[in-house]
Design a protein around this ligand. Structure first.
Ligand SMILES: C[S@@+](CC[C@H](N)C(=O)[O-])C[C@H]1O[C@@H](n2cnc3c(N)ncnc32)[C@H](O)[C@@H]1O
Length: 275
């Protein structure tokens, strides 16, 4: 780090910004002249001190192998969700379909689905992806990320879960991945205020079956079965508190094999249900 950059970092730390984040901001914004860099840095630091997430200020963030554009239109992809992609890749490898059809429900920035398509391509597998979201803002961001990474075999569907999917896809999808909203209203009120900068509809779900925040998981697990091809799999992130409910529901729906796997933090949060 240059002397000027080190001074910038110290200035941000003195203003109250965490040292690691200060280094990230300097790396991102100190590009042009010293004067321009200083103005850009101060503007970024002010946003951060006002509570905005670092990822939105920087405007892009790594998720597995992709550098994704991120902003207020969609959830910031979480490191725990990276594990879900590994699980999905294992499921696809087990199914050994030559050109799998994947549906990413609630795609947000496109993190899960675009990672799958990109990583499958590097393994010589040409998958097609249908990225679904009920937020048109999120879909626009996912489309931007697909273009950024030149991923062409992707279509985008504005839909509440399966509602507007082409009926001809019933029974033909090899893999459904989803990270639906699963935070209950009451829990959300108690969470870190930084989360209020992300779209509420990406995090908060209504209650169902008397379970807080279960409504979207309920629809995704219940309806996935009929859209999957024989031996197709649903891989779905959920909260640890929903573990029993997701397992019971997947069994009740009729999935042939059902398991719940650990995420990176060792908590059971990834449902895998194979038809
Ligand atoms: C937890 S975020 C996940 C975003 C992204 N898949 C990820 O893992 O970073 C949930 C996503 O589901 C979308 N969503 C919420 N309700 C939906 C619905 N009824 N139908 C489709 N998508 C929905 C939200 O807009 C949001 O993009």
């Amino acid at each position: 780090m240059t002397e000027v950059n080190a001074e910038f970092v110290s200035e941000l730390v003195d203003a109250g910004i965490d040292r690691r984040e200060a280094r990230w901001l300097v790396q991102e914004f100190v590009l042009g002249s010293e004067r321009d860099a200083h103005d850009a840095l101060l503007a970024a630091a002010t946003r951060r001190l006002n509570g905005e997430p670092l990822q939105y200020i920087i405007g892009h963030w790594p998720f597995r192998t992709l550098d994704l554009d991120v902003d207020e239109r969609a959830l910031i992809p979480r490191p725990e969700t990276e594990e879900l992609v590994d699980v999905a890749l294992r499921e696809l490898a087990a199914g050994a379909v030559a050109a799998p059809l994947i549906v990413d429900l609630g795609t947000g920035s496109g993190a899960i689905g675009l990672s799958l398509v990109s990583e499958l391509l590097t393994r010589g597998v040409a998958a097609s992806l249908i990225a679904v979201d009920e937020s048109s803002d999120a879909l626009a961001l996912a489309r931007q990320n697909a273009r950024k990474h030149r991923l062409d075999a992707v279509s985008f569907v504005h839909s509440s879960w399966f509602e507007s999917l082409d009926e001809s896809l019933r029974g033909r999808v090899d893999l459904i991945v989803a990270n639906p909203p699963y935070v209950g209203e009451a829990e959300f009120a108690d969470l870190d205020p930084i989360l209020h900068h992300e779209p509420r509809g990406a995090l908060v779900a209504e209650d169902a079956r008397g379970i807080p925040g279960f409504a979207d998981l309920d629809i995704v697990i219940r309806d996935a079965f009929v859209w999957l091809a024989p031996y197709g799999a649903l891989v779905c992130e959920h909260s640890e508190t929903h573990r029993r409910a997701v397992l019971e529901l997947a069994h009740a729906v009729g999935f042939g094999t059902v398991e719940d796997l650990d995420d990176l933090t060792g908590r059971h949060r990834i449902l895998v249900a194979r038809r």
